[in-house]
Design a binder for this molecule. Structure first.
Ligand SMILES: Cc1cc2nc3c(=O)[nH]c(=O)nc-3n(C[C@H](O)[C@H](O)[C@H](O)COP(=O)(O)OP(=O)(O)OC[C@H]3O[C@@H](n4cnc5c(N)ncnc54)[C@H](O)[C@@H]3O)c2cc1C
Length: 427
């Protein structure tokens, strides 16, 4: 019996008939989407493109994203390109020429990975860096332009009820929505996840605190010294810390992230907390002057406690019956492979492909099971890789020395990830 099954008695699901702006076919399949972050909007776009009538429920009063950047590997860019969003991406993203890895104390360059034209040559798509707000707006604009998606704000999903024919949810404001299936794209503290994991598999643990805090800020490129404005992803490695900076906003701003060890904040559910530079510099200890120049130029800092879950252990964590999870709701990860949003985009793209292939004979439980089987191992591999990277990035003592030697010898081979960047795998 699902934990959250205190919803009203489910009415028979009606075949919804919504016509998209571009898609003039009547839509006979329907999907509820809980959460309107990057993952939820991507899923809405992917499924609307495949002819599904979507209702997206977002808890916030407005659609918005926090002020920080994300990297989009060629695998994520491939998804956006497939949706015809390359021109829109080019307007707002930056396309770094290389990844440069340096020791945060000595400043020594440890390794480099060429991106730019080399990424396009190797993977068919560029490596992009983008402000989260721009990525979110790009997807929202595409969803609105496509049509076929009802967007509901102030709609925090509270309960989930699944029957043989469909799924209904109630929201905290007393609305009730129903459709043939439900996708939980409601992030790390997912309510929909409780429905899935309170099923036959039983209860599971809450997300865990990683022991790491991320300070994030953006600075206008013009406010940085000339030699710190490189069109590169620059990564500074530990001990017990790492820093990353890269251009966003079409190269007008530099996004800066500093990860240190620390205690969880009072409200772990809070996505971002006010922070200040003095606390950050104290937590970091001595860092190379080149890194310090960047940190000191950032006008405002926000603090993120970094939580995750252990890597997925089976498809049952992605989908059961008519309910699936995608993005951070399914596989929240540490950001050390820069792939959380990318995996949400890949999940969304894969579901769209499956819907398209199924056509009129779409059977949601079968289709969601297929999605889970296709996605869980790749997502688990990325989660595990991110944890491993955290250990390597923050290494101290002999491990740090071994890392620096290995990086100097193998640089590009260690940094490149063909299995990842050539994705998403075709269903
Ligand atoms: C420091 C840091 C750096 C990162 N860098 C990268 C990077 O470089 N590249 C990358 O790909 N990823 C990166 N990530 C990861 C990426 O930010 C996340 O994986 C991504 O945002 C997940 O998107 P999502 O839509 O699944 O979840 P979220 O972004 O958490 O969105 C969930 C949405 O659901 C809504 N919601 C929550 N509960 C409910 C409910 N009950 N009902 C209705 N709505 C609800 C929320 O308001 C929100 O809008 C980084 C993360 C961090 C913390």
């Amino acid at each position: 019996m699902p934990l959250l099954s205190i919803a009203p008695v489910l009415m028979p699901v009606k075949a919804v008939s919504v016509r998209g702006l571009h898609n003039r076919q009547p839509m006979t399949h329907s999907l509820l989407i809980a959460g309107g972050g990057i993952g939820g909007l991507a899923l809405a776009l992917s499924c609307a493109r495949a002819g599904v009538a979507c209702s997206l429920l977002e808890q916030s009063a407005v659609f918005s994203e926090v002020g920080a950047g994300i990297q989009l590997g060629p695998n994520a860019v491939r998804v956006l390109a497939d949706w015809g969003l390359m021109d829109a991406l080019r307007e707002v993203a930056a396309f770094p020429e290389r990844v440069v890895v340096r020791d945060a104390r000595s400043g020594q360059t440890l390794g480099e990975l060429p991106l730019g034209a080399r990424a396009v040559q190797r993977y068919g798509q560029p490596y992009a860096t983008i402000h989260r707000a721009d990525a979110h707006r790009l997807l929202l604009t595409a969803v609105e332009a496509h049509g076929g998606v009802e967007l509901h704000l102030n709609a925090r999903v509270r309960t989930v009820h699944e029957s043989a024919d469909g799924v209904s949810v109630t929201t905290e404001t007393g609305q009730w929505h129903e459709a043939q299936a439900l996708a939980g794209c409601d992030g790390l503290w997912s309510v929909v996840r409780q429905h899935i994991t309170s099923g036959p598999g039983g209860m599971e643990m809450a997300p865990r605190f990683s022991g790491h805090l991320a300070y994030r800020g953006v600075v206008a490129l013009a406010d940085l010294p000339l030699e710190r404005r490189a069109n590169a992803v620059t990564v500074w490695l530990g001990p017990r810390l790492h820093l990353v900076h890269y251009p966003v906003s079409a190269g007008q701003q530099m996004n800066v992230v500093a990860v240190v060890h620390g205690r969880p904040t009072a409200n772990p559910h809070g996505w971002s907390h006010e922070a200040n530079r003095a606390d950050l510099l104290q937590a970091l200890g001595p860092v190379h002057v080149d890194a310090l120049q960047v940190l000191e130029a950032v006008p405002h800092w926000k603090l993120w406690p970094l939580n995750d879950r252990p890597p997925m252990t089976g498809p049952y964590q992605h989908a059961q019956g008519r309910v699936c999870l995608t993005g951070d709701a399914a596989h929240p990860m540490r950001p050390y492979l820069a792939q959380g949003a990318a995996m949400a985009l890949e999940d969304a793209w894969t579901l769209g492909q499956l819907v398209q292939s199924a056509g009129a004979s779409l059977d949601w439980p079968v289709l969601l099971q297929r999605l889970a089987e296709l996605r869980w191992e790749r997502n688990a591999r990325v989660q595990a890789g991110a944890i491993r990277n955290g250990t390597v990035f923050h290494a101290d003592g002999w491990l740090r020395m071994a890392r620096n030697v290995a990086m100097a010898a193998l640089g590009e081979r260690l940094l490149d990830k063909p299995w990842l960047y050539s994705g998403p795998p075709r269903p």
